[in-house]
Design a protein around this ligand. Structure first.
Ligand code: GAL
Length: 434
C-alpha cells in the first residue's frame, strides 16, 4: 500500500467516524447510507417533539385528544403540534416536502398507509424503521393483516397507523330527504332519478368542494362503475386508463358532477358538508371524517341527525385509507418520536382519537362501546366487505401520480372531455405505475 492510499484510507476512516459520532445531525442524515436505521423504543423521553399534520381547526379535536394521552404519559416532553390547514393535506404535504428536502424534518409526520408513504418517502430512504417499536409494544398482531403490508417494505415497517377511514360514503339528513319526498338511492340509476327530482324542486342534489374532493368523488365513481376487481387493476397496471371502461367512468363522473353546486372550487370539504346540514344540498360524498365533523363539531347524532350509505354501486366494498405517523431520518429527538408513535399505536391513544375523528380504530382490539352508531357500522363493514384502496388519500398511487391526477381533474372540470382525461391518465400510468 503506498502513502497516497494509506492517507486516503485514514481520511475515509476519520470521515466515517465523524459521521457516526455526529449522531442524528443533519449532515449525518444526508451523507450516510442509513437505510437500516431503526427507531429504538424509549422510556423516559424529554425535550421538544414536533408532530406535523393537517389536522387543524375542525379537524383538530381528535388529534388533541391523542396528544392529551401522550402528555399524561410523557410529561417531560414539550410537544409542538405543527399543523398546516387544508383538507387531505393539500398544503401540508407541500410544506413537508420543503422541510424534508431542506433538512428540517419534524420528529413525526402524518402520512397515508400505502403508496404515499412507501412510494414517496420510503423509496427515497427518508424514513426510520419502526419495527423495534412494534415489537416492544407488542403491536405486530394488533392490526388487521392487510394493514401492516401497506406500511412495510424491504423488511421494515415505516409508519404507525392511527385510524382506518372509509372514503365511499354518501351523507344526508334523513329528515330533509323525507321532507323532499326522496329515498336513499343505492345505485347510479336510482341516484340520477333522485337527483333529477331534487333538481326540479330547486334543491342542489350533491354538494362538492375543491379539486381534491372531486378526486375523491371520482374514485367513488370509478369503484361504482368498474367494480372492485377492475378498480384494483387500474393500480397494478392491468387495466389501462384509455380503456373504454375508464372513459365510461369519466362520463359517469361528468353526469354526477352535473348535479353539484357551481361554487365547488371555492369550498372546503367542511363547507360542502355544511350545505347538507343546512338543507341547501341533499347529499355529500366524503370520507368519514365528515362523520367526525358532524358529531364532534356540529353535535349531530349518527343515525338521526345524519344518515349515511355507500356511494352508488359500491355496496359491499370499503374504499379504505389509513392515517399513520412516520419518523423521518435526521429528526432531532428520536427518543420522543418513539414515544409518540408508541402512543399512536396504543389502545388508549386510538380509543381517544377515533371516536372523535369518525374513523374506526386501526387496532383490532379497541373498545367499540366508545364509538358512535356510524363507526360501529363502518367497523362491521370493514370486517366483512371487500377492501380497496383510496386514490385521493394516498393508498393506491404515489404522490407523483396523485398530484398530476389533480391537474387532469382540473382540466376535466373545465372541458368535461372524458376521452382526453382517460388519455392523460394513461400518460400518468405510463410514468408512475408501470
Ligand atoms: C384525509 C385524511 C383524513 C382527513 C381528510 C380531510 O387525507 O386521511 O384524516 O383529515 O384528509 O382533511
Amino acid at each position: 500500500m503506498n502513502v497516497k492510499k494509506i492517507t486516503l484510507t485514514v481520511m475515509v476512516l476519520i470521515l466515517t467516524l465523524a459521521m457516526v459520532f455526529a449522531g442524528g445531525s443533519k449532515e449525518t442524515a444526508s451523507t450516510m447510507n442509513m437505510s437500516d436505521i431503526k427507531l429504538q423504543p424509549s422510556n423516559n423521553p424529554s425535550g421538544k417533539l414536533e408532530i406535523f399534520s393537517w389536522w387543524a381547526g375542525d379537524e383538530g379535536p381528535a388529534l388533541e385528544a391523542l396528544i392529551k394521552v401522550f402528555e399524561r404519559k410523557y410529561p417531560s416532553v414539550d410537544l409542538i403540534n405543527a399543523t398546516v390547514t387544508g383538507g387531505s393535506g393539500v398544503n401540508a404535504k407541500a410544506v413537508l416536502k420543503t422541510r424534508m428536502l431542506g433538512g428540517e424534518p419534524p420528529e413525526a409526520f402524518q402520512a397515508h398507509a400505502g403508496m404515499e408513504l412507501i412510494g414517496t418517502w420510503v423509496v427515497a430512504d427518508k424514513m426510520m424503521d419502526l419495527t423495534p417499536i412494534f415489537e416492544k409494544e407488542d403491536l405486530l398482531n394488533k392490526f388487521p393483516e392487510t394493514l401492516i403490508p401497506l406500511l412495510s417494505k424491504d423488511g421494515g415497517i415505516w409508519a404507525m397507523p392511527v385510524c382506518v377511514h372509509k372514503s365511499n360514503v354518501m351523507w344526508y339528513i334523513p329528515e330533509n330527504l323525507k321532507k323532499w319526498g326522496v329515498d336513499v338511492p343505492r345505485n347510479f340509476d336510482e341516484f340520477i332519478m333522485v337527483c333529477d327530482k331534487l333538481k326540479s324542486k330547486g334543491i342542489i342534489p350533491l354538494s362538492m368542494g375543491t379539486t381534491w374532493t372531486a378526486n375523491e368523488n371520482w374514485e367513488n365513481v370509478a369503484l361504482g362503475v368498474l367494480g372492485p376487481d377492475d378498480y384494483n387493476k387500474l393500480w397494478n397496471g392491468e387495466l389501462r386508463f384509455d380503456n373504454p371502461k375508464v372513459v365510461n367512468v369519466w362520463e359517469t363522473f361528468a353526469k354526477v358532477i352535473s348535479y353539484t353546486n357551481t361554487d365547488a372550487a371555492s369550498l372546503s370539504w367542511q363547507q360542502a358538508t355544511d350545505m347538507v346540514i343546512n338543507g341547501k344540498a341533499a347529499f355529500n360524498w366524503m370520507g368519514d371524517w365528515a362523520a367526525g365533523y358532524m358529531m364532534t363539531t356540529k353535535k349531530l347524532k349518527a343515525g338521526t341527525g345524519f344518515g349515511w350509505t355507500n356511494t352508488p354501486g359500491t355496496r359491499g366494498v370499503f374504499q379504505f385509507l389509513s392515517d399513520s405517523f412516520g419518523v423521518p431520518k435526521g429528526c432531532k429527538n428520536p427518543e420522543a418520536a418513539a414515544a409518540w408513535v408508541a402512543t399512536c399505536g396504543s389502545k388508549e391513544g386510538q380509543d381517544a382519537f377515533n371516536p372523535l375523528k369518525g374513523s374506526i380504530p386501526a387496532r383490532i382490539d379497541a373498545d367499540m362501546s366508545l364509538y358512535s352508531e356510524y363507526s360501529k357500522s363502518a367497523a362491521k363493514d370493514f370486517s366483512k366487505d371487500i377492501i380497496v384502496g383510496s386514490l385521493a388519500h394516498g393508498c393506491v398511487a404515489s404522490e407523483g401520480f396523485a398530484n398530476d391526477f389533480s391537474k387532469v381533474m382540473e382540466t376535466f372540470l373545465n372541458n368535461k372531455d372524458a376521452t382526453n382525461a382517460s388519455l392523460m391518465c394513461q400518460e400518468l400510468a405510463d410514468k408512475y405505475i408501470r
